[in-house]
Design a protein around this ligand. Structure first.
Ligand SMILES: Nc1ncnc2c1ncn2[C@@H]1O[C@H](COP(=O)(O)OP(=O)(O)O)[C@@H](O)[C@H]1O
Ligand SMILES: [Mg+2]
Length: 267
């Protein structure tokens, strides 16, 4: 226990993932290494299909890697059995997805309380009070008893933020959490996450295509070619790096002459 107190929040070592179908093997992650310190807010960038969601699923222990290992709070997670893993996940990891994934027929309050399913204080007064406190924190005090279907997109995502925090996780993994929101709601949701990160010391790892929000994080990592790099490399003439318009890396591509890689296909 004591040794874990000083360990980084997350140490990722040589994670690989190959999806195997009947006829295909798709290598997606090819040796991912990085470390998250406690309390950091880190943005993960990379083209569509580069493996951001795959990596977040693996780190969230929702999917096993093909090989490699990672430690969270000093605990090796890749070798944990399913039951221990789900206990660890419930207690230490919160998730926010691009599409809120709220249960439509339940109220905001009930949705926030759901991460408690299977835990002792489910449906307890303490659980209800914590859920109410979190909804108040995300500015939805007056919407607590609204069913999810009655909330706007921005409000739903704020409920999802509250839900992710319900069990006081050490790490929140957010997969394009603002990807489905307009500018104003994206700014608001992001602002909320960074305030909560500062207030509580919760570590956030969030994937995003939003350069502006990524710049507001303390640190950025990039997935490129199946590995994590601190700075994206632009290899002149490599068409695989010439990515779809609007992708974060295309910002970097603008430093190239306009006619570089002129053989690329345009949408
Ligand atoms: N279950 C799966 N089976 C086969 N291939 C998959 C599966 N999930 C994802 N992939 C492939 O892995 C690659 C990375 O996907 P993903 O992690 O969703 O990327 P990103 O989130 O960066 O857009 C894509 O080529 C995708 O098609
Ligand atoms: Mg994705």
């Amino acid at each position: 226990m004591t040794s874990s107190m000083n360990a980084p929040l997350l140490e990722v070592h040589d994670i690989r993932k190959i999806f195997v179908d009947r006829d295909y093997q798709t290598p997606v992650l090819k040796g991912v290494n990085f470390t998250l310190q406690r309390g950091e807010m880190v943005a993960m960038l990379g083209p569509s299909g580069s493996g951001k969601s795959t990596l977040l699923s693996i780190l969230g222990t929702l999917m096993r890697p093909s090989s490699g290992s990672f430690r969270m709070l000093g605990r090796e997670l890749t070798t944990l059995a399913e039951k221990e893993l789900s206990d660890f996940r419930n207690q230490q990891i919160g998730f926010i997805f691009q599409y809120h994934h709220l249960l439509p027929d339940f109220t905001a309050l009930e949705n926030v309380m759901f991460p408690h399913a299977g835990r002792l204080w489910r449906e307890t007064r303490a659980g209800r009070e914590r859920a109410a406190m979190l909804l108040e924190r995300v500015g939805l005090k007056d919407r607590m008893n609204y069913r999810a279907t009655r909330l706007s997109g921005g409000q739903k995502q704020r409920v999802a933020i509250a839900r992710a925090l319900m069990n006081q996780p050490a790490l929140v993994l957010a997969d394009e959490p603002t990807g489905n929101l307009d500018r104003e709601n994206a700014d608001q949701a992001f602002g909320l996450m960074s305030e909560i990160q500062r207030e509580t010391g919760t570590t956030f790892l969030l994937s995003t295509h939003d350069r502006e929000l990524a710049e507001r994080c303390e640190r950025r990592i990039y997935i490129q070619g199946g590995v994590v790099v601190d700075q994206p490399q632009v290899v002149p003439g490599r068409s695989s790096l010439r990515v779809i318009a609007g992708d974060p890396l295309s910002v970097i591509d603008r430093t190239q002459p306009a006619n570089a890689g002129g053989d690329r296909q345009r949408a």
